[in-house]
Design a protein around this ligand. Structure first.
Ligand code: TA6
Length: 310
């Protein structure tokens, strides 16, 4: 049986701040409600997988100082996890400001940079991965890296996974995504900005997806209003998601990735996978916090996703 692992190296506790009006400078902006959610991209993907009934385990680092709060959120979300606890450190908080939907142009995210990890902590995590992950499994590495987790550390991690021979998915940015491309992982999800960083000067973004797809089986990217593109098996699919009432867009991309990998683990066709992922992400943006989506709504929205092969 395939087991999915998500690896969130720099997780967060999201503090959701709901405002009663549009955020304005030089003014007291009143918060009407505060709530907490799990943060960090791999954890969100795990939540989606669990809700879709796909067996998975959330791995990564977590600070000992606020571990109870962190674990409480994970258990409220019915997520299985085995985080490597870093003694004396605190898992970061990310602040998500959500304006009323009538005036909002998208949520505002303020993200702490996160804790420092020692070489010994990194080794403990890597040993845990070596002991658990098997060749038939799938591993998603998602989100930012702790400040002192270097590109060399990431290279070591990718080498370990390559040696195991599992499916490697990466939702990374900057130098990290460049390395993932160089090491020919199996799945990447660059956003438009990241795709521009990966593009050669003379290339169109579309040609970049095509080129990346020669070495990377799945290249999924969102190009804003143009919808998203999914490159698989030398074919590029354009995906138009259903229109929904947006309440909070935070975490929609993470939700897409989690559902996409869940679909892959369940051996769905590429069209079904893309529809499932778009349906789940569309349901996510209708929800207030940064992870929640509704399976039933997602299944309805899935039917409205439009896919064309380019
Ligand atoms: O994508 C949403 C989210 O996972 C939030 O929950 C927030 O914690 C943030 O992204 C973290 O992103 P980062 O790139 O800093 O790891």
């Amino acid at each position: 049986e395939v087991l999915l692992y998500t690896l969130t190296l720099n997780p967060a506790i999201d503090r959701l701040l709901y405002l009663n009006e549009k955020l304005e400078r030089r003014k007291s902006n009143r918060i009407t409600e505060v709530s907490y959610d799990i943060g960090g991209k791999g954890t969100h993907a795990s939540y989606v997988m669990s809700k879709l009934g796909v067996k998975n385990l959330a791995l990564g680092f977590a600070g000992s100082q606020n571990i109870d709060k962190f674990k409480q959120i994970l258990s409220e979300k019915n997520m299985e996890h085995d985080f490597t606890i870093i003694d004396g450190r605190t898992t970061r908080e990310c602040y998500i400001m959500i304006e009323p939907e009538q005036v909002s142009a998208g949520s505002i995210m303020l993200t702490e940079k996160g804790f420092h990890v020692e070489e010994a902590d990194i080794k403990r995590l890597f040993d845990r991965i070596k002991a658990r992950v098997k060749a038939e499994d799938m591993v998603l590495i998602a989100g930012s890296l702790p400040t002192n987790f270097t590109i060399d550390n990431l290279r070591q991690l990718l080498r370990i996974l390559k040696e195991i021979g599992c499916f490697i998915a990466c939702d990374l940015s900057g130098e990290a995504i460049k390395l993932a491309v160089k090491m020919k992982v199996d799945f990447i999800k660059p956003n438009e900005f990241e795709l521009k960083q990966l593009k050669a000067s003379h290339e169109s973004l579309f040609d970049t997806v095509k080129r990346l797809n020669q070495d990377i089986d799945y290249v999924v990217t969102s190009l804003g209003e143009k919808g998203s593109y999914c490159g698989y098996d030398r074919k590029i699919y354009r995906v138009i998601p259903p229109k929904v009432k947006e309440v909070n867009d935070t975490g929609a991309g993470d939700c897409f990735v989690g559902a996409f990998l869940a679909g892959l683990a369940n051996q769905l066709s590429i069209e079904e996978i893309v529809k499932l992922a778009s349906g789940c992400a569309a349901s996510k943006v209708m929800n207030k916090d940064s992870s929640t989506f509704d399976v039933k709504t997602a299944m309805e929205l899935k039917q409205q996703v439009k896919i064309t092969q380019l």
